[in-house]
Structure formats: structure tokens, C-alpha cells
Design a protein around this ligand. Structure first.
Ligand SMILES: C[S@@+](CC[C@H](N)C(=O)[O-])C[C@H]1O[C@@H](n2cnc3c(N)ncnc32)[C@H](O)[C@@H]1O
Ligand code: SF4
Ligand code: SF4
Length: 369
């Protein structure tokens, strides 16, 4: 990258960070283009916790990823990493997350070892309940580099909201950090399920006092309408027409399908991690490449009739409608609209570059689902 490109990138970053999108940057991101792609693997979509804010019980089918499926996931990930490197398009991260508790799958440490041996630096999202000494050691020995532990509440409230034991989770996390030392970064995910900044600040202070230095703020998501909340209800939203006008009628699609490549336990590529009801599969890792799945998923996210995007708080039209309803400053709204439009252009440019290099099965059908 030359000096003027770096300067331009710096300027755009500043703009994105000062837009109203910044508060959601840990999910769909706030930048004009992906600098990091993520392969997000669902080792399990079963879960033994009962977090109030998580619609895990709405998934139509549940299971664990098999060894065969994971082998093919890894092949697809390596294939895509080569493409990203060849195109100098950024970095590819490897995450074990998805929609359930991956640590329930007994094959997880083996998957982690395979990902590490393939040259990835894997991370894991977990509720922390299963981090016994033995399981922690296995995961660390298998090359776990970053762990994101979802603990957005304290004491009895945690027991009630998560359906797990706070005391046990705290013990597990403290032991994990001791075993990990500097082999793995420990992050506490601050899920803002109460939509109350003071509450997340108290949770953060609790963990800071125990030596945690990394926090991952996670704003409340409506999971495409699976979670009902008056602020996150986009059905017939009062500000939708005004938001549409700001896009001059040309509403961009969501960027999640480009940035985060979600692969379900069953080996299907899904639209995104908000697709709780597994409505939007884009083919299986045994049939299609990451790039082809990306093309299919992006065209679904751009289809204004895609019912799951219509209901989701990450959809650009819904994001801007919400900003208007919350009375955001016009400059912030304008900056956000700019970023969302830039992302649409950068997604188009990425797909066109893939097509030119022959990485799309159906380049002529760029606009079709
Ligand atoms: C679905 S969980 C799966 C991995 C693991 N079971 C866990 O809890 O980390 C992944 C992340 O989604 C977050 N999450 C779940 N429902 C959410 C919601 N409605 N809004 C914001 N974050 C949510 C959790 O806090 C967790 O960090
Ligand atoms: S957020 Fe994670 S731990 Fe909580 S119910 Fe959902 S999948 Fe389980
Ligand atoms: S459902 Fe649609 S709008 Fe929501 S995160 Fe997924 S792709 Fe984006």
C-alpha cells in the first residue's frame, strides 16, 4: 500500500468511527471495506445454557459437526485463504463460534489442532461453563489463540439469565487464564442484553479487578426478529421512508455475508450468524467454494424481499431508520449512509475481481441468487 492509499484508509477509518455505525462495529463492522475476513465454524448449535437474550431454542435442527465435514471446511478455508493472499485483500481469521456451544462437541480440540496445523490462529466463543482444567489444557495445547467468553452478568442475575452457575464460570475463567499465561488472549464478551451501559460497566469492572484486560462489547442484536424488543422492531418502521430517501432509493445490502463466512454444523454456508432459524443456506462445503457461497449470500442480503434481512437490526435500511428514530445528529447519519454505500461498492469490486480471476462458478449471474 502506498502513502496516499494509507492516508485514504486512515481518513475513511476516522469517518467510520465517527459514524453512528461504530457502536455495532464488533458485529457487522463499521469500515468501508473488509480488512479481515472470518471463517466462522459452528462445531455445535446445541447449547446447555438458556441465555434469555439468545434464541437458541428457535433453531429448527441441532447437531454437532462431524470429522468429515470439518475436514472439508478446512479445505475450503485454505482455498479461500490462498485467494485472499493472492488478491492482497486482507487477512483471513478462523473462529469457532456459530449459534450454539462449540465446546459441547467432543471433537472440538481435534478440529482446533487441525486448524492450527493448517496455519490458522483459531479463536473460540464460549459460555465458559465447560472449561474444566482438562478441557482448557486440551484447547490450549491444540493452539487456541483467543478465547471470547460470554459473561454479560454478575452473581444471581447471571445464574438466572444464563441458566449456569456464576461461581463455576468465574472459577473456570480464572483457572483458564492461569493455564494460558501468554499463550492465549482471554476476552470477556460484554453482551448488552439490558441495553444499559452502566450494567456492562459494572460487569467490566468485576473482570478488570480479576486481571482481565480484553473486552468485547456486544450490542444487543434482534437476531432477525427472533428477539422481540420495541427499539429493534423494524416491521413497518415509522422512519423507513425517510431512511430510504437518504439512500436515494438505492438501499445497499448488508456487508455481513462478505466479511463473515458462517458454516453451520451441517456443513452448509449460512447467510450470517443472525440466521437463527437456518432459513438462508447457500449450499454445502462439499458442493460450493467460499467465494461462490459469498456471491449467493450477498445477492440474498441485497434482495429487499429477503425476509430475514428485512427484520434484522444490521440491515442498512433498518440501521438508518433506527438512527433517525433515535434522533441521531444529521452529520452522523450522513456519515453512516456514506459508509454503507462505500461498502456496497467495495463488495461489488471484490466480487468483480473474483469473477475476473475465475473464482466464481457463475460470474454471469452476479446479480442473481
Ligand atoms: C450465539 S453465541 C455462541 C457461542 C457461545 N455459546 C457463547 O455464548 O459465546 C455467540 C455470541 O453471541 C452473543 N449473543 C447471543 N445472542 C445475542 C443477542 N441477542 N445480542 C447480542 N449478542 C448475542 C453471545 O453473547 C456470544 O458472545
Ligand atoms: S449465547 Fe451462547 S451460551 Fe447463551 S444460550 Fe446462546 S449459544 Fe448458549
Ligand atoms: S440477516 Fe441480513 S441484515 Fe442481518 S446480519 Fe444477516 S445478512 Fe446482515
Amino acid at each position: 500500500m502506498n502513502d496516499s492509499q494509507s492516508l485514504e484508509r486512515f481518513r475513511r477509518r476516522g469517518k467510520a468511527l465517527s459514524s453512528a455505525l461504530a457502536k455495532e462495529m464488533n458485529r457487522v463492522g463499521a469500515f468501508h471495506a473488509a480488512e479481515t475476513f472470518v471463517i466462522d465454524v459452528e462445531a455445535s448449535n446445541r447449547c446447555h445454557a438458556t441465555c434469555d437474550f439468545c434464541p437458541r431454542d428457535r433453531t429448527p435442527h441441532q447437531g454437532f459437526m462431524s470429522q468429515d465435514t470439518f475436514g472439508q471446511v478446512l479445505n475450503r478455508a485454505m482455498e479461500f485463504r490462498d485467494i485472499v493472499q493472492e488478491m492482497q485483500a486482507g487477512r483471513l481469521d478462523f473462529s469457532f463460534c456459530g449459534l450454539g456451544e462449540g465446546a459441547l462437541n467432543p471433537l472440538l480440540p481435534g478440529f482446533m489442532r487441525m486448524a492450527t496445523d493448517a496455519g490458522f490462529r483459531p479463536c473460540l466463543c464460549t459460555n465458559g461453563d465447560l472449561l474444566t482444567e482438562r478441557r482448557s489444557q486440551e484447547l490450549l495445547d491444540a493452539g487456541l489463540c483467543d478465547i471470547f467468553i460470554n459473561v454479560g452478568a454478575l452473581n444471581e442475575e447471571y445464574d438466572r439469565v444464563y441458566g449456569l452457575s456464576f461461581e463455576r464460570t468465574v472459577r473456570n475463567i480464572e483457572r483458564f487464564m492461569e493455564l494460558a499465561q501468554d499463550r492465549c488472549h482471554t476476552w470477556i464478551v460484554l453482551v448488552d442484553y439490558r441495553m444499559d451501559a452502566e450494567h456492562t460497566a459494572r460487569v467490566r469492572a468485576f473482570w478488570e479487578a480479576r486481571g482481565v484486560r480484553r473486552f468485547y462489547p456486544s450490542p444487543m442484536l434482534n437476531r432477525t426478529g427472533a428477539i422481540e424488543h420495541e427499539v429493534l422492531n423494524f416491521h413497518d418502521h415509522a422512519m423507513e421512508a425517510s431512511a430510504r430517501a437518504l439512500f436515494d432509493g438505492n438501499v445497499p445490502g448488508c456487508y455481513a455475508p462478505i466479511q463473515c463466512i458462517v458454516i453451520g454444523y451441517d456443513g452448509n454456508f449460512y447467510l450470517c450468524n443472525s440466521d437463527w432459524q437456518k432459513e438462508e443456506a447457500a449450499g454445502s462445503v462439499f458442493e460450493v467454494s467460499v467465494t461462490e457461497a459469498m456471491r449467493r449470500r450477498l445477492s440474498r442480503a441485497r434482495d429487499r424481499n429477503c425476509s430475514i434481512c428485512q427484520r434484522c437490526n444490521h440491515d442498512p435500511l433498518n440501521q438508518v431508520s433506527r438512527m433517525l428514530a433515535e434522533g441521531a445528529e444529521p452529520d452522523l447519519v450522513r456519515a453512516s449512509v456514506d459508509v454503507l454505500q462505500q461498502r456496497e461498492r467495495s463488495a461489488d469490486a471484490f466480487l468483480a475481481a473474483l469473477a475476473r480471476r475465475g473464482y466464481l462458478a457463475d460470474p454471469a449471474g452476479l446479480a442473481s441468487p
